[in-house]
Ligand binder design. Structure first.
Ligand code: GDP
Ligand code: MN
Length: 382
C-alpha cells in the first residue's frame, strides 16, 4: 500500500519528524479557507500517488487568496499522469536554502535495507540517481541490529551535508529507518527534506509504502487504506475480487492461475514483440464467477486490446475453467476484446472441447496462444 503524502506526513510527524503545518481540502473553498488559516505563502499539492507531481503541474505556490483559489481550482479535478486529483494538501510554504534527499528501502542485491542521503534532493533526484549515483551516499543496515546512530551520522557526512544541520538530518534518517522497520515499510522517503536559512530541517514531501501482507499488524495504517488506495480504480477492484493484480503499461491483457505461470506469460508476450497490460493471477479453483471477475478487470482497462488466458489445470480442472470462461463471456452481448485461451493439465482436452469458439480463440500451445494475442493487439493498434 502506498500512503498519500498527507498520510505519510502524519505518520512521520507522529514519530517526531518536523513537517509544515497543513490541511487537506477537497473543494476550492476548503482550500482557500485552509490557506487563510495557515497564512501565505502556501503550497497547494495534488494528493495522488505518483512521483514528479511538481514537474507535472500538480504543485503550486500561492501568495494570496486569489492565487490560492486559482491554483486549487486548477489542481482539483486535474488528471495527473492518469490519476484524477480529488484532494489537495494546503501547506505552509517552506522558505528553503537547500533540498536534501533521505530515504530507506530494501536493497535486494545485498539482501539488506539501505539508507540513502543526498544533498541533491528535489525534483531531479531520479536523474541524479541515474546519472550520478555517487551523489547519493548509501549505508547498508543489518536488520538484526537496526540502524545505529553512528551509521546515520556516517551516511549524512558521506553525503556532504552541512555540519550545522548534520545532526538533525541524521536524527530524521534514524526516525525514518525505525518507522520503515516498525511499520513493515517497503520504501520510506523524504524528498525534499528542506533546510531553511536558520538551519531548520523540515520534511516538505513524504513517501511511505508498506507491505500489504503486513497490514494486519498495523491497524493505524489499515485505517488509512481506503483513502490510500483511491488512486487506481483497477487496483481497487482487484482488491475487492481478491486477485493479485499489477497494472502495466502495454495492451495485451493477461490472465493466468499461479504467479509463475503469469510471469512466464508476461515474458512470452514480450518475446513475441507485444507489451503486457497487466499481471493478473486468479489463483486456484477458477470458477465461473472468478473468471467473469477477471474478464471484467481486463475488459475495463482501456489500454487492453486483446486478452490471453493461460490456465494450467492441477487441482483446477480444465473443463471447469472452460465452463467458467463460456459462462463469463456469454454474459456479454458482444465480446469487447478478442480472447485467446490456452489450457493445459488436468482435463485440458475436455476443456478445449467445451470452449465456445464463437467467443474465444483456442490455441494448443502457450507460444501459439501468446503470439495470437499479440497479433490481435497489433491489429487493433494498426
Ligand atoms: P513531487 O514532485 O511529487 O515529489 O512533490 P514534492 O512535494 O517533492 O514537491 C516538488 C517540489 O516543489 C519541491 O522539490 C520544491 O521545490 C517544491 N515545493 C514543494 N513544497 C514546497 C514548499 O513548501 N515551499 C517551496 N518553496 N517549494 C515547495
Ligand atoms: Mn518529492
Amino acid at each position: 500500500m502506498k500512503l498519500h503524502e498527507y498520510q505519510a506526513k502524519q505518520v512521520f510527524a507522529d514519530a517526531g519528524v518536523p513537517t509544515p503545518a497543513s490541511t487537506l481540502a477537497t473543494t476550492v473553498d476548503e482550500a482557500v479557507d485552509a490557506a487563510e488559516e495557515i497564512g501565505y505563502p502556501v503550497a497547494i499539492k495534488a494528493q495522488v500517488q505518483v512521483g514528479g507531481r511538481g514537474k507535472a503541474g500538480g504543485i503550486k505556490l500561492a501568495e494570496n487568496a486569489d492565487e490560492a483559489r486559482e491554483y486549487a481550482d486548477d489542481i482539483l479535478g486535474m488528471d495527473l499522469k492518469g490519476l484524477h486529483v480529488d484532494r489537495v494538501l494546503v501547506e505552509e510554504a517552506v522558505d528553503f536554502v537547500n533540498e536534501l534527499y533521505v530515504g530507506v528501502t530494501m536493497d535486494r542485491g545485498e539482501g539488506k535495507p539501505v539508507a540513502m542521503v543526498s544533498t541533491r534532493g528535489g525534483v531531479n533526484i531520479e536523474e541524479v540517481a541515474e546519472e550520478e549515483p555517487e551523489a547519493i551516499a548509501r549505508e547498508h543496515i543489518d536488520p538484526a541490529f537496526g540502524m545505529h546512530h553512528y551509521q546515520a551520522r556516517k551516511v549524512v557526512y558521506d553525503a556532504g551535508v552541512d555540519r550545522e544541520v548534520a545532526n538533525d538530518v541524521a536524527g530524521v534518517l534514524k526516525t525514518l529507518y525505525d518507522l520503515w522497520e516498525d511499520k513493515d515499510g517497503s520504501d520510506a522517503e523524504i524528498n525534499p527534506l528542506m533546510v531553511t536559512a536558520d538551519d531548520e530541517v523540515i520534511a516538505a514531501d513524504a513517501v511511505m509504502n508498506v507491505d500489504d501482507d503486513a497490514l494486519f499488524r498495523h491497524p493505524d495504517l489499515e485505517a488509512m487504506e481506503d483513502e490510500a488506495d483511491g488512486g487506481d480504480e483497477l487496483e481497487q477492484k482487484a482488491d475487492e475480487y481478491g486477485f493479485d493484480y499489477v497494472r502495466l503499461s502495454g495492451n495485451v491483457g493477461i490472465i493466468g492461475n499461479g504467479a509463475g505461470l503469469v510471469m512466464t506469460t508476461l515474458d512470452l508476450v514480450d518475446h513475441f514483440g507485444g507489451e503486457p497490460a497487466n499481471f493478473l493471477d486468479v489463483g486456484g479453483g477458477a470458477k465461473a464467477q472468478r473468471i467473469a471477475n477477471a474478464l471484467d478487470m481486463v475488459f475495463s482497462d482501456d489500454n487492453v486490446d486483446s486478452v490471453v488466458f493461460n490456465i494450467f489445470g492441477g487441482i483446477t480442472r480444465g473443463d471447469e475453467v472452460a465452463k467458467g470462461i463460456n459462462q463469463a463471456l456469454e454474459q456479454f452481448d458482444e465480446i469487447p476484446k478478442p480472447v485467446v485461451v490456452r489450457l493445459a493439465g488436468t482435463n485440458a482436452t475436455e476443456g478445449m472441447e467445451i470452449l465456445n469458439e464463437d467467443l474465444v480463440t483456442v490455441e494448443q500451445t502457450l507460444e501459439d496462444a501468446v503470439e495470437r494475442a499479440v497479433i490481435y493487439a497489433e491489429e487493433v493498434e494498426a
